[in-house]
Design a protein around this ligand. Structure first.
Ligand code: ADE
Ligand code: ZN
Length: 335
């Protein structure tokens, strides 16, 4: 089996994926038409050519505009089902999906509409394809603490459908500490705390995310390598890093892809996982992310296996299910 086939066939988990970031231009056009929404693009190619970003904010401006075509439960279902179909094609057997409710409720779409559409697709994928999934409700950090509390309140009747809370959107100027109280309240509701930190923001934000929000894993965390004490702390607390290679390239978080920090992180023994973040915008699904780093960083098969093993080991799955997934992985490796 050559390396491409190996990457494709190995069963894997995805732990960092924004469902709104899976909206492919084709579905965007279809939903705009179905919902009678006028959009400033006439062709798929024209839209794709707008996906040129100098930084995270450049991307977020387009990403939030994309959400405007999502109105009805069926739209959220179609979006999520399209992603889960790609999971099946790529042998992604478990996925942890972030969603940004505020980007929808702020436009007058009910929380219930969003979560029902997404979770019905997840249930269908579990039944028909055996793909397990969890939902991570992410607070938008450019909005207020008050707005996050409103979302937390709205989520309560749907608590059984939500595994964790996250923190995403514009990082610079919005430190994790801004959300300390809403994270404390979220944990009291039973949600696991997670957050983006150190994607564009400084190492202090990673410290805050682990010390103040008490997160269980770090979304991105690329910049942790700038602080030796922080690296030691991340190892001590056994926190996994959810790295998104093609996202880092597209958002110019990493200037020179050949020197992507993932290799150094692996060499240090940090628990790295590979993820696609917003695949419709960054030029590739999970497999494409694995291929890109394998080629650019000259990763060995053993290193790929380590990354995949981490994706199960650091998933939010119960220990029993993790064991089953890891046994399936070992079975695949034994062939
Ligand atoms: N929302 C969607 N993708 C994101 C990213 N890469 N960073 C922060 N917020 C996001
Ligand atoms: Zn992200």
């Amino acid at each position: 089996m050559d390396i491409k086939e190996f990457i494709s066939k190995i069963p894997k988990a995805e732990l960092h994926l924004h469902i709104e970031g899976t909206l492919e231009p084709e579905l965007f056009f279809e939903l705009a038409k179905r919902n009678g929404i006028s959009i400033p693009y006439t062709t798929v190619n024209e839209l794709r050519s707008a996906y040129q970003f100098d930084c995270l904010q450049d991307f977020l401006d387009i990403y939030y505009k994309g959400t405007q075509v999502l109105i009805h439960e069926q739209d959220f279902f179609n979006l999520t089902w399209a992603y889960l179909t790609k999971c099946k094609e790529q042998n992604v057997v478990h996925t942890e999906i972030m969603f940004d409710p505020q980007s929808h409720t702020d436009r007058g779409v009910a929380f219930e509409t969003v979560i029902n559409g997404i979770s019905k697709a997840c249930q269908k994928a579990k039944q028909e394809c055996g793909i397990s999934s969890f939902l991570i409700m992410s607070y938008l950090r450019h909005l207020s603490e008050e707005s996050a509390f409103e979302i937390l309140e709205m989520s309560k009747p749907f608590k059984h459908l939500i595994k964790a809370v996250g923190l995403d959107s514009s990082e610079l100027g919005h430190p994790p500490s801004k959300f300390q109280r809403v994270f404390d309240a979220s944990v009291k509701e039973g949600y696991i705390p997670l957050a983006h930190a150190g994607e564009e923001g400084p190492t202090e934000y990673i410290w805050e995310a682990i010390d103040i929000l008490k997160i269980h894993r770090i979304d991105h965390g690329n910049r942790c390598l700038e602080d030796e004490k922080l690296i030691q702390e991340i190892m001590k607390r056994d926190l996994a890093l959810k790295i998104c290679p093609l996202s880092n390239k597209a958002l110019q978080v990493v200037k020179d892809f050949k020197n992507h920090p993932l290799k150094k992180m692996l060499d240090l023994g940090l628990k790295v996982t590979v993820n696609s973040d917003d695949p419709a915008y960054f030029g590739g699904q999970l497999i494409a992310n694995f291929e890109a780093i394998t080629e650019e960083l000259n990763l060995s098969k053993d290193e790929i296996v380590q990354l995949v093993r981490n994706s199960f080991q650091y998933a939010l799955l119960s220990e029993d299910v993790k064991k089953i997934r890891l046994e399936e992985l070992d079975k695949f490796l034994a062939i």
